[in-house]
Structures are given as structure tokens and as C-alpha cells.
Design a protein. Structure first.
Length: 109
């Protein structure tokens, strides 16, 4: 069965269910200052390739008709390819929709 996670937003509760082998990730905020303490303007900030999985789809469809299980689950902190996925806005939140294969690692804490 598909895993859903209800997301709280200023506009209320929103259910977001990606399809197939797609994953919804909320990207971590970029650094405001350099290691030396210099304040960075928005144009100079790099988009981090880290984030938190919010929801996952049903899994990739295999040749035998079954679904492949996901290696990630909602709540996992992950590292993904820098230019992977598509960004979209849901209320005030900026989210990223990407394929599971674009996720490179799970951050263990």
C-alpha cells in the first residue's frame, strides 16, 4: 500500500502522493554566512543537495508487474544530485519532486 504523509501548511492540511518511483523532498536551507562570517546575498547562495523526504510513491513497476520497494521513507534525510528533480511551490513551501534513483545516500544521524 502507498505511504502517505499529511503535510501541514498555513492553509491547512494537504495530502501529497507522488506517483511511481518519485519522492517529494524538502530541500534544506542554504547557508546564510560563509565559514569566515561573511553574509551571503540570495544570488550567491548554493542550493544544498540535501533534504528531508516528505512522501514516496508506490515504487518502480517491475517487469513482472510487482512494485519495487523504496530504500527511503518519509522522515529520512538524504543527499541527492544537484540538478535532480523538479522544484515546485506548495503554499509557502518550496519542494522538490525527484526519482528515487536521483537520491545518492541517506544521512544517518
Amino acid at each position: 500500500m502507498a505511504k502517505k504523509k499529511s503535510e501541514k501548511n498555513e492553509g491547512g492540511s494537504i495530502d501529497l502522493q507522488p506517483l511511481g518511483d518519485r519522492v517529494v523532498v524538502e530541500r534544506e536551507e542554504s547557508e546564510e554566512r560563509t565559514a569566515g562570517g561573511i553574509l551571503l546575498p540570495d544570488t550567491a547562495k548554493d542550493k544544498p543537495a540535501r533534504g528531508t523526504v516528505l512522501s514516496v510513491g508506490d515504487g518502480r513497476l517491475l517487469d513482472d508487474g510487482k512494485r519495487a520497494p523504496f530504500q527511503v521513507k518519509p522522515g529520512d534525510r538524504v543527499v541527492f544530485s544537484s540538478y535532480a528533480g523538479d522544484e515546485f511551490k506548495l503554499g509557502e513551501r518550496k519542494l522538490l519532486l525527484l526519482r528515487e534513483e536521483d537520491i545518492l545516500a541517506i544521512i544517518e544521524s
